[in-house]
Design a protein around this ligand. Structure first.
Ligand SMILES: [Zn+2]
Length: 300
């Protein structure tokens, strides 16, 4: 019986080329579209006119991992998580510095990068989006708006990752508790199997004063939810040979689906709030529905 389960895990790992990613690609798309639809009227027409582009590109950062893209922090992979419990600090992890340089000084670059850089990478992209929107304010005929739409897509990805509970713990795939594969069972198959009946809270806009702190708070909120999902998995797997319909029904019923619904809902609100915050910080530029049609001549 055990052997069959192990075989099923093997198949799951083999067919999952991007490795332990974030929400599955379709779930990223679902959350990003929901965020766009929940935007206030000052932003919504701009985002709706570019919705397909933004939704599709909100998956990009996971593909950058596949081709080992690097940026100033290093390889892409650690940009997608922050393992709060990897620093040997007591919960609620107040001892973990919020400044990247201080984290590196305190724990060394190896451990700092091993535990992940999600809040700092998200902040970097947030600031790029603010800069593009500020450009748009200065040069309404320029490319600020078109750059901002791509940065909005990438920002959505990182904000969404910050709301996936397994992106905040060392036991990110159940590998430490003999529950390997739970990451994707939870974030992809469980969600897609229940897609038509997901109970999601309406999108709400929260004012964000400190964007990095906002991401830290999301990851802190993830922490206690992991135990619920792991317990649901342990119970669902009892007396079962395969991750079949019965397993996923039990996983849902045991509390994992409620966690997914909560974090998908939170995630859509957080993405919409992040975009609104970037727009406000940039001085609330008027957002054009149409993109620039001819190369703009910029007068300094
Ligand atoms: Zn990701």
């Amino acid at each position: 019986m055990k052997k069959l389960l192990v075989a099923a895990v093997g198949i799951a790992v083999l067919t999952w080329s991007a490795g332990v990613s974030a929400w599955g690609a379709d779930v990223h798309r679902l959350i990003t579209r929901r965020a766009i639809e929940g935007l206030p009227p000052e932003l919504k027409p701009f985002f709706m006119a570019r919705a397909d582009f933004i939704v599709e590109h909100s998956v990009d950062p996971d593909f950058w991992r596949v081709v080992d893209l690097t940026n100033q922090f290093g390889t892409e992979d650690p940009n997608h998580f922050l393992d709060f419990d990897g620093f040997n600090e007591p919960a609620p992890f107040a001892g973990v510095p919020r400044d990247w340089k201080t984290v590196v000084e305190k724990y060394g670059a190896d451990l700092a990068n091993k535990n992940g850089r999600l809040p700092w990478r998200a902040e970097e992209v947030f600031n790029k989006m603010v800069a593009s929107l500020a450009d748009l304010q200065k040069y309404p005929q320029g490319y600020g708006g078109e750059n901002a739409r791509y940065q909005a897509a990438v920002l959505a990805h990182y904000v969404e990752d910050a709301h996936q509970p397994f992106h905040a713990v060392m036991n990110f795939d159940g590998q430490l508790t003999n529950q390997r594969g739970i990451h994707s069972r939870f974030e992809t198959e469980l969600v897609l199997r229940n897609r038509a009946s997901l109970k999601l809270a309406p999108v709400t806009i929260t004012p964000i004063r400190d964007f990095k702190a906002f991401i830290f708070d999301a990851l802190l909120a993830d922490q206690p939810l992991v135990a619920t999902v792991l317990a649901a998995d342990s119970k669902a797997v009892e007396n079962r040979e395969m991750y079949d319909d019965g397993y996923f029904a039990a996983l849902a019923k045991n509390g994992a689906l409620a966690v997914a619904e909560q974090r998908i809902g939170d995630s859509a609100s957080a993405v919409a709030s992040a975009w609104v915050a970037a727009w406000e910080k940039a001085g609330k530029p008027k957002l054009p529905v149409d993109g620039p049609r001819t190369p703009a001549r910029i007068r300094k």
